[in-house]
Design a protein around this ligand. Sequence first.
Ligand code: UD1
Length: 451
Amino acid sequence: MSERFLLVKQSQPLQGFVEVTGAKNAVLVIIASLLLAEGKSTLYNVPNSADVRCFIALMMELGALVHFDIKQKILTIDTSTVNKIEVSPEIMNMMRASILVMGPLLARFGKARVALPGGCLIGARPINYHLQGFRRLNILLEENQPYLFASTNTSTSAPQHERIALEYPSVGATENLLMYATLKPGETVIVNAAIEPEVLDLIDILKKMGASISCEPGQVIRIVGVNHLKPVEHTIIPDRLEAGGLLLAACVTKGSVHLPNARADHMDIFLEKLREMGHEVYTGTNPTPTHPLQGVSLTACQNPRGINIKTGPYPGFPTDLQAPIMTAMALSKDVSTVEETVFENRLMHVKELTKLGAQITVEGQKATIRGVEKFYGTELIATDIRASCGLVLAGLVASGETKIGNIHHWERGYDKLEEKLRFMGAQISLINPDDEPTRQIEESLLSKRVA
Ligand code: UD1
């Protein structure tokens, strides 16, 4: 197989009107949640990224019937045929999010057998909060490498009231426990729950299915178990991380962009930081006579200022936009700082950015960035999904050509974002696209249509 890479050339100021695709991080967990509602459900605005195809393959492995209309972004999944409770290590190793089937499988079948998950190398990424929570909900766990077998404790079937305080508002742990609790007799309260927009989208679809869930002040989610959930239709929220990448593409190339369906209310701190840099940001919530449209639009400042950010759980600055915004900081005047508090190994892109001429030093989890006027094109390696976005943004401004390898990360997280950038005027191409290994998964999908 020949090497696949992204070739990015120094580009003119990007301009455009671009629709944002459905959020990858919402759709993965929402696909898992369909296991809770036996029957045929339909999802709209589904991105065709490699992680989504991988999750679809997982559902097929469990026995679901799937049809993915890639052009229309419509995914139909019939979970009435699901007859397995085991996820193979091959699938689990491809994607950490596979652990999210544990809650729904336990809720529906009372048992689940999963291998320990893989994913990006951005930290140790344990699943102890998921497991502690499941134990509190009376789940028995047996580890037999590489598998973890989980089952409901049948000796105590009376409805129970459980209050679980998460040590950290983990997105995945909140989602997994929440899904399990929807069909568990009794009441479950999750304290210090994650409240990312993707978690709220999950809650939205679960409520449509008939779940009883309320979100209370102080990041508390209360779930009262019901007997049955029904299949539904649901439109996935727009991807705030893709939107962030597109806005930053306009920033670094000193262009302008309008994202008609982006949700400004999902990106408050990020948009504030762009304004602090000096960029003009307009949102549907503060329309002006010259910018009356819905969504988010941005006109870049020609000489942006440095800023300081500290990543954190929502509504804090999203760790997934840390690498992309660092590229913009590295091209601003003055000094900027980044403190990464969510993942302990998420500054790997710094080494790549310095190859282009960026001036960045790292001490522990903190990066200090001295803005430079120019980047110089060279060969780079993408180290995780969001780092790949930061490097693409850098390539758009670097003189000459930038070649980015390890692009399976890019394809895991984005649905042909390079085409959207090209539409805005970027010189970017995917070299050897037909060798994409996950395309095979896509083809096999189309042959298994839902009746
Ligand atoms: C999700 C997102 C990911 C995003 C992250 C934080 C998906 C598919 N992925 O990942 O893009 O970067 O939220 O917004 O939605 N942790 C533990 N023990 C656990 C669980 C987590 O120590 O049991 C730690 C992790 O190692 C990490 C931190 O908690 O340092 C946050 O992880 P978590 O919020 O669970 O992220 P994910 O759900 O994996």
